[in-house]
Design a protein around this ligand. Structure first.
Ligand SMILES: CC(C)(COP(=O)(O)OP(=O)(O)OC[C@H]1O[C@@H](n2cnc3c(N)ncnc32)[C@H](O)[C@@H]1OP(=O)(O)O)[C@@H](O)C(=O)NCCC(=O)NCCS
Length: 429
């Protein structure tokens, strides 16, 4: 056993005031301990932490906090061991598993607890830099990608809530995509290569190129074609369940309109006329939109074009057929709530929208800054109305409206076809 760590979970848990041995947050503990190197890894050293801070574009004050936490970890066997355990689970174990109930070390570290997550992220710097080097990724892309750490420190909840630099467990999970070499920032957007996992299939007409999505079977929709329960709205009277039947001659199911709702009727797409274009498990590039500047539509499209070049060049082993996004940003109602000049509306018009079972609380957090809106009551009067979006969304809520989020995809072959590519089509129903 490596002498720089403590072997026993109960010892670590007791010293850090964490839930006891056998805690569900720490599976495969023994495996992680057995995999520890004989000597303490170099990434625990102050000079390695300083390098990692530079790679992640941390400013002076963030770097000071990271170095201070690093010192604390270096001098505390329980913290060293826990850091090793998280490092192993996030960056070395295959398959990687993230436990959303990893505890914050508030009892042991007070308000500085959020910096422990930063240390976990930064510990993978040598790993990610080597990974990028082997893939031939440019220093600019590496810098832009890793600078999300500094960005999250500035903009995410922990720092605002605790008045100290730090990251939540949720953001550590997000940043582990970057440090595992799975997430890249290319211009305005970030991309993660993933298997498509939404409950629909898209087909392309073999001759005229029209794209039509059909719902998978077994999805419960409301009469308005949204997921039953999305935005907290259920429809026991008018709800219906989708069906999808595949035969040798074709496929029959309920279409999804490109503006984002399922249609309660069956259409048949003959196999000799329609070819599958996007099905569950196909490689896609998940799009993420960091805050910080407007989501300028032209910049976003430029970003998609960059991704179209970048991934085949650096990840020839990871083919993809399109881009997709599931977010509050893809709620199909925005077309009627925001002006046509809104970036959000303009980006949506480039995509084939589809239903997604999100909740109003997402918008309450991102647009109105009301954290925990899903668990606490708020009054409409307390909503800030400084921006056009806040005013339009508050008015929508006052009219009894809700927000449901949504999904959108754009197939690579349609990337250069301009706005409304899917809305201009003549649909076969
Ligand atoms: C995504 C984002 C960059 C879009 O901003 P944008 O490009 O300004 O969007 P629009 O052009 O559609 O904005 C129209 C109006 O809404 C305002 N607005 C946009 N996003 C807003 C937000 N999150 N909160 C409050 N107001 C917002 C704009 O300031 C603008 O106001 P104005 O009419 O008074 O000038 C922005 O919402 C943001 O930073 N969100 C946080 C990150 C995020 O949600 N990412 C997706 C995670 S899944």
């Amino acid at each position: 056993m490596a002498p720089w760590i403590l072997p026993s979970l109960s010892q670590v848990a007791a010293q850090l005031h964490l839930p006891d041995q056998g805690a569900p947050w720490a599976p495969h503990w023994d495996q992680a301990i057995a995999a520890a190197p004989a000597e303490a890894p170099n990434w625990l050293s102050q000079s390695a932490i300083a390098d990692a801070c530079r790679a992640a574009s941390l400013d002076e004050s963030m770097t000071a906090a990271a170095l201070a936490m690093g010192k604390r970890i270096e001098n505390d066997p329980a913290l060293r061991t826990l850091l090793w355990y998280y490092h192993y689970r996030l960056y070395l174990a295959v398959p990687y598993v993230f436990e959303s109930d990893w505890p914050l070390l508030t009892e042991a570290l007070g308000d500085e607890a959020g910096m422990f997550q930063v240390s976990v992220a930064l510990s993978a710097t040598p790993h990610v830099l080597e990974n990028h080097r082997q893939r031939g990724i440019s220093p600019e892309v590496t810098r832009d990608t890793l600078s999300d750490v500094a960005f999250c420190l500035k903009t995410e909840d922990y720092t605002a809530e605790h008045g100290r630099w730090g990251l939540s467990i949720r953001i550590l999970s997000w940043l582990s995509n970057h440090y595992r070499g799975q997430c890249y920032r290319l211009g305005r957007l970030q991309f993660v290569h993933s298997p498509f996992a939404d409950a629909l299939r898209a087909y392309r007409h073999r001759r005229d190129g029209t794209v039509v999505a059909l719902s998978e079977a077994g999805v419960r929709y409301r009469a308005d074609g949204q997921y039953d329960g999305a935005g907290g709205v259920c429809d026991s009277q008018g709800g219906w369940t989708s069906e999808l039947t595949e035969t040798a001659g074709g496929i029959e199911g309920s279409p999804i309109h490109p503006v984002g709702y399922a249609v309660r009727r069956q259409i048949r797409l003959a196999a000799d006329q329609w070819a599958p274009a996007l099905v569950r498990g196909d490689g896609v590039l998940d799009m993420h939109i960091p805050a910080g500047s407007p989501m300028d539509c032209d910049a976003c499209m430029q970003s998609l074009r960059q991704a179209r070049e970048f991934f085949p060049r650096h990840f020839p082993d990871k083919p993809f057929v399109g881009f997709d996004c599931r977010s509050w940003l893809m709620d199909g109602q925005f077309d009627t709530l925001l002006p046509a000049t809104s970036n959000l509306v303009r980006v949506q018009r480039q995509m084939y929208l589809f239903p997604f079972p999100g909740q109003t609380s997402w918008v309450m957090g991102v647009v109105f800054g009301l954290k925990g809106a899903s668990t606490r009551n708020f009054t409409l009067a307390e909503l800030p109305r400084q921006t056009g979006m806040q005013r339009a969304f508050a008015a929508h809520l006052e009219r009894g409206g809700h927000f449901r989020a949504g999904g959108g995809f754009l197939l690579v072959d349609d990337l250069d076809k301009g706005p409304d590519v899917y809305r201009r089509q003549k649909l076969p129903w």
